[in-house]
Design a protein around this ligand. Structure first.
Ligand code: ADP
Length: 455
C-alpha cells in the first residue's frame, strides 16, 4: 500500500491533520478558557479539514497529475507513439523527471526515425533489385526474401518467410549450395536451372557471421548464356559457310597446278569456277561487314525523302535478267498517291534486292513475284509476294537470324545472311520486317519505312 505516492501523501496528511487538531484544540482551550471542549475540538477539526483539502488538492495537482500523464505517455511510447511531450508544471523532482522524459522522447523519436528511414531504404533497394535475394537464419529458416525472388518462385514473401528454405524452394542444387554454405561457413558459388521457365541462374551463398545464417544471391544469367550460345553458333556457322567455298578453291587450284593449267579448255572452266567460289566468299565477307557496321551503329544512313515506287522499279530492272533466267515473272502494282518515304534509298534497295533474290531463288519456273507498296499509318509498307516453295511454320520465326537456312540442301548456295541484313537495315530506319508463308504455297514478306512527314 505504501508503495504508492498517493498513500504516502495521504498518511502524511493524516498525521498533519491529527497534529493540527490537537494543536488547535490546546490553543483554543487556553484562549477561550471556560468554553466547552467539544465545540473547540469540532471547530479545530473543521479548520484542519479545510486546510487539509486545500493542501491535498495542491499536492495532487503538482505531483500525481504529472505522474499520471507521464505513466500514460510511457504506455503510448510502448505502443509505438514516439516523441510525445508532457507539460512541465513544477520545478521539483517530478518536474525534473518530466523534463528528462521529454528529452528521452525526442531522442527516441530521432533514433526510431533514423532506423525507419534506413529500413525503408534497405526495403526499397531489395525490392528494386533485379537479382533475387534470400536471407536464412542458422536453421535455414527464410527471414528475408525480396521481390525478384518472389517473382522467380511465383510465391509471395508471406508464403516463404518463416518456412525452411527447402520446404518452399524445391530445387535440389540450390538447397545443396545453401547447405554447403551453412556447414563450411565459407562462400559457395554455383549455377542452377529453374524449371519450367528454363531460367539459368548464377548462385552465390555468403555466410552471415553475426546472424549465423546465410545470404543467397541469385543472378539471372539466361540472356548472357543465350548470347554466348549465339556467339558459339556464329563462329561455327561462319567457319562452316567459309569451309565449303575454300575447299573448292583449294581443290580447283591443286588440280590446275597438277597440270590442268596446260589444257586451255579445262583451265578456263576451272578459273570460271574459282571465280564463282571467290565471289561466294566475298559475298559472305561483304554481308558480314554490312551487318556488323549496321549493328555497331557505324553505318551512317543518309536519310532523305525518296520515292519508293522508283526504288522498286530500279530493283526490278536490276534483277530482271536473273528472273528471266529462272523463268519467274516480276510485276509491280501501280501505287497512286503513295507518300514519299524517309530513309537511305540505297540501303532500302539492298533490302528489296535481298527479298527479290530469295523469291527468285525459291520460286520454281513459271512462278511469279508481285511487289506492291501502300501507305500504312505513318509508314510506307512494301510487300513482296511469291508463288514459291514457302517456309515451314516452325522455321518462320528464325529466318531473320544470321546464317539460318530452312533447308541447307535447297538454299541454292545462299549465305543465310540476306534476311538478317534486311532486318537490320529496316530496323535502323525505325521500321519492321516480317514474313507470312505457307509451305508449297508461296511466301509474302512485308517491311515498313517511315513516311516523309515534312511537307
Ligand atoms: P539465303 O542466303 O540462304 O537466302 P536468307 O537470310 O536470305 O539466306 O534467307 C534465309 C532462309 O530463309 C533461306 O535459306 C530460305 O530457307 C528461307 N527463305 C527466305 N526467303 C524465302 C522465300 N521467298 N521462299 C522460301 N524460303 C525463303
Amino acid at each position: 500500500m505504501f508503495r504508492s505516492i498517493r498513500w504516502r501523501i495521504a498518511t502524511i496528511f493524516v498525521v498533519i491533520v491529527v497534529a493540527c487538531i490537537i494543536g488547535l484544540s490546546i490553543y483554543l482551550a487556553r484562549y477561550l478558557e471556560n468554553s466547552n471542549l467539544d465545540i473547540i475540538v469540532i471547530l479545530a477539526s473543521l479548520v484542519a479539514a479545510v486546510i487539509t483539502i486545500a493542501t491535498a488538492l495542491l499536492v495532487s495537482r503538482t505531483t500525481t497529475v504529472p505522474l499520471k500523464k507521464l505513466t500514460s505517455s510511457f504506455r503510448d511510447m510502448a505502443e509505438g507513439q514516439f516523441g510525445q511531450q508532457v507539460e512541465v508544471i513544477s520545478k521539483d523532482e517530478v518536474g525534473e523527471l518530466t523534463t528528462a522524459f521529454n528529452l528521452m522522447a525526442v531522442k527516441t523519436k530521432e533514433v526510431v526515425t533514423l532506423l525507419t528511414t534506413e529500413r525503408d531504404l534497405m526495403k526499397e533497394i531489395l525490392s528494386n533489385m533485379g537479382d533475387s535475394i534470400f536471407v536464412v537464419d542458422a536453421d535455414s529458416i527464410v527471414v528475408v526474401i525480396n521481390t525478384a525472388a518472389e517473382k522467380l518462385l511465383g510465391l509471395s514473401g508471406k508464403d516463404v518467410e518463416g518456412w525452411k528454405f527447402d520446404q518452399r524452394v524445391h530445387n535440389r542444387e540450390l538447397s545443396d549450395i545453401l547447405q554447403r554454405c551453412q556447414q563450411t561457413r565459407a562462400q559457395q558459388a554455383g549455377s542452377v536451372v529453374i524449371d519450367p521457365q528454363n531460367v539459368f541462374l548464377g548462385v552465390i551463398a555468403t555466410p552471415l557471421e553475426d546472424r549465423g545464417g546465410c545470404l543467397l544471391l541469385l543472378q539471372d544469367l539466361t540472356q548472357m548464356q543465350r548470347l554466348q550460345a549465339m556467339r558459339r553458333d556464329f563462329v561455327s556457322n561462319i567457319s562452316h559457310e567459309l569451309r565449303t567455298p575454300l575447299a573448292s578453291i583449294k581443290a580447283l587450284a591443286e588440280t590446275l597446278m597438277g597440270g590442268a593449267v596446260n589444257k586451255p579448255e579445262v583451265a578456263t572452266d576451272f578459273l570460271g569456277k574459282l571465280n564463282t567460289e571467290v565471289d561466294k566468299v566475298t559475298q559472305i565477307v561483304a554481308e558480314l561487314s554490312e551487318l556488323s557496321s549496321i549493328e555497331s551503329g557505324e553505318a551512317t544512313l543518309e536519310k532523305k525523302p525518296f520515292d519508293m515506287a522508283q526504288t522498286i522499279d530500279a530493283t526490278i530492272k536490276r534483277l530482271n535478267t536473273q528472273a528471266d533466267r529462272a523463268k519467274v515473272r516480276i510485276t509491280a502494282n501501280k501505287h497512286p498517291g503513295l507518300p514519299q518515304a524517309l530513309g537511305d534509298s540505297e540501303k532500302i534497295e539492298q533490302v528489296l534486292i535481298n527479298l527479290l533474290h530469295n523469291s527468285i531463288k525459291f520460286t520454281p519456273p513459271d512462278g511469279s513475284i508481285k511487289i506492291s507498296a501502300r501507305k500504312s499509318g505513318k509508314y510506307v509498307e512494301v510487300t513482296v509476294a511469291d508463288t514459291g516453295k514457302g517456309i515451314p511454320t516452325d522455321d518462320l520465326p528464325r529466318i531473320f537470324e544470321r546464317f539460318y537456312k530452312v533447308d541447307r540442301a535447297r538454299s541454292s548456295g545462299g549465305t543465310g545472311l540476306g534476311l538478317a541484313v534486311a532486318k537490320h537495315i529496316v530496323e535502323a530506319h525505325g521500321g519492321k520486317i516480317w514474313a507470312v508463308s505457307t509451305e508449297d504455297q508461296g511466301s509474302t514478306f512485308h517491311f515498313t519505312i517511315p513516311q516523309n512527314q515534312k511537307i
